[in-house]
Design a protein around this ligand. Sequence first.
Ligand SMILES: [Fe+2]
Length: 164
Amino acid sequence: MHYKQLIWLGVLGWRGNFRGYNTGIKVKTDMIEWHSKYELGIEDIDFQHHFFLNLINRLANELRQSDNLERQNALISELSAYARFHFISEENIMFAAGYPDFIEHKNLHFELLDQLSSRTNRLAIQKSDTAGVDIIDFLIDWFLHHTSTIDRVFADWMRKEQGA
Ligand SMILES: [Fe+2]
């Protein structure tokens, strides 16, 4: 089975469990597994992306097991703090390398953090399970797309720049 199908089944299974009913889908895994396509070849960024993926998996797993809002908010705070750290770190690497699309990339990071913040506030205010699902959907989409497409543009530029 293709890993994307596993991810999709994982998300469906997580939703089913979280909302308290059974989707009837046999879920093989509810984790997003690290894949070589996520490797950018920049050691610090790859290390942080790997950590970030593990954090998303842990968040999804613990949210599934707990309906304690305080606990959910604590987990999401940890993740938001790490996302902020990671983006600053990535931006510093880009700036130091003289990346010409630095500002555009930084703006994308800002938009992602802004969206994460809106969703986190919704979870804190609404006390609804859909807000938690919404955050997980958003994070998975963010990881699968931003880190493996937009960040790759920078990695490709860096490789050319270094003549590798
Ligand atoms: Fe990025």
